[in-house]
Design a protein around this ligand. Structure first.
Ligand code: HEC
Ligand code: CU
Length: 412
């Protein structure tokens, strides 16, 4: 067959293969074959760019392999025992410089436009500060005085422990679910300020096409505007230590009114996301925020927020039940669900001097940390009282019950 015939065939084949591949890629979006089309303008643009580049590389691949295979067959030694002997073709050299250059320009122009848009955080309507910790996320609604931690869901955390005996395929949203999701309103331009408290993490939600490094001492900016209500999941995208795979991200995008109700619920000291019931949405919307108290919460951690709870005495059963949850979310990574720790670095709490000794030293250790153990001032008085009680009365320990007021007294 002539060279022209071959090229015509390669071109026709390319076009067909490309159409088929694009069709597959588009239809398989929801089946996990392709990048998600996403729920933000930027995500749609990124998806289009991805399809464009995918098309270009497919054509290049088919052309290059087509020529290679053609040459291998047509110019094999048995057919052409004497090889052609030519070099230095100016025309060919110009062509193989200019064509790739044009291809690169064709890729760079649309990509640069989208990159510039991604960086443009002007005119955002609200700001959320995202802080990465080993191994959880903290979300702060800047100026609202609302801030909370988001950790791997209890169910996943229990199931993931070695020898838990749980069939993880039966755990809904295994390893991609959290206790407190980030709740955001749809249709608003939201600016994220992304940083970290210990090592580098990265906040990544594929459906938003948002992926930004969270670096201690730096604040990175990125923004989004979510088009549809829904639950969007992501993960930490920077290897950040042992439990890197266990700090997922969950965003619940809700209509504006529901978002307001959620924020007001948080300001009222309620911790349950479920407080954002439709019934409370309408009357909660105009309610004025308790401004001074709210800013204090942001500045001084959980102290003022926990103040009302401090007055309340809690029953032992209540403290134990709560303590078990706080322990699973904050302490079990090092001390293990069984309390046996991971000696020599992470001590066992079985018969621990601290857990069986005076409550004050135990509370101090949780509030201030010690050597490899990080401090936990961000936990509320009630949470600390509960987790201390839980440690003091589990695994054969015989420590006293700790009340939130004892924690409040030591916070000064
Ligand atoms: C990052 C790992 C880590 C996490 C998470 C952690 N700890 Fe620790 N913990 C340690 C280390 C390390 C020590 C030993 C500190 C030392 O004495 O040098 C320790 C010691 C302790 C002790 C004293 C044990 C003894 O008798 O010496 C108690 C009590 C304790 N931790 C409670 C907690 C509680 C409560 C939490 C959760 C709120 C928690 N820890 C979370 C690492 C951790
Ligand atoms: Cu991380």
């Amino acid at each position: 067959m002539s060279m022209k015939g071959w090229l015509a065939r390669v071109a026709a084949g390319t076009a067909m293969a490309l159409t088929a591949l694009q069709a597959v890629a588009y239809t398989q979006t929801s089946n996990g074959w392709n990048m998600p089309t996403g729920v933000t303008e930027i995500a749609h643009e990124v998806h289009k760019l991805h399809m464009w580049v995918f098309g270009v590389v497919t054509i290049i691949g088919i052309l290059v392999f087509g020529v290679m295979i053609y040459s291998i067959i047509q110019h094999r030694r048995s057919k052409h025992p004497k090889p052609a002997d030519f070099h230095e073709s100016i025309k060919v050299e110009i062509a193989w410089t200019i064509i790739p250059f044009l291809i690169l320009v064709g890729l760079a122009i649309p990509a640069a436009g989208t990159l510039i848009k991604m960086e443009d955080t002007r005119n955002s309507e609200m700001t959320v500060k995202v802080t990465g910790y080993q191994w959880k996320w903290q979300y702060e609604y800047v100026g609202e005085g609302v801030s909370f931690f988001s950790t791997l869901s209890q169910e996943s955390n229990v199931a993931r422990q070695t020898g838990s005996g749980v069939d993880v395929t039966k755990v809904p949203n295994y390893l991609v679910d959290v206790d407190n999701p980030l709740v955001l309103p749809v249709g608003k331009k939201i600016r994220f300020l992304i940083t970290a408290n210990d090592v580098i993490h990265a906040w990544w939600v594929p459906e938003f096409a948002v992926k930004k490094d969270a670096i201690p001492g730096y604040i990175n900016e990125v923004w989004t505007r979510i088009e549809q209500p829904g639950v969007y999941r992501g993960v930490c995208a920077e290897l950040c230590g042992r439990d890197h795979g266990f700090m997922p991200i969950v965003v619940r995008a809700v209509p504006e009114a529901e978002f307001k109700a959620f924020l007001d619920g948080k300001k009222g000291g309620k911790t349950e996301v479920a407080a954002a019931a439709p019934g409370t949405a309408s009357d909660a919307a105009p309610a004025a925020a308790p401004a001074p108290a709210a800013t204090e919460v942001a500045n001084a951690g959980a102290k003022p927020a926990a103040a009302p709870a401090a007055a309340k005495e809690l029953g032992q059963d209540e403290l134990m039940a709560k303590g078990e949850k706080v322990y699973a979310a904050n302490c079990s990574a090092c001390h293990q669900a069984s309390g046996a720790g991971l000696p020599p670095n992470f001590p066992s709490l079985h018969g621990s001097k601290i857990a069986n000794g005076p409550a004050e030293a135990h509370i101090e250790q949780i509030l201030k940390g010690k050597n490899l153990m990080p401090p936990f001032p961000q936990l509320s008085d009630e949470d600390i009282a509960a987790v201390a009680t839980y440690e003091r009365q589990s695994w054969g320990n015989k420590g006293s019950v700790v009340q939130p007021s004892q924690v409040a007294a030591l916070r000064k």
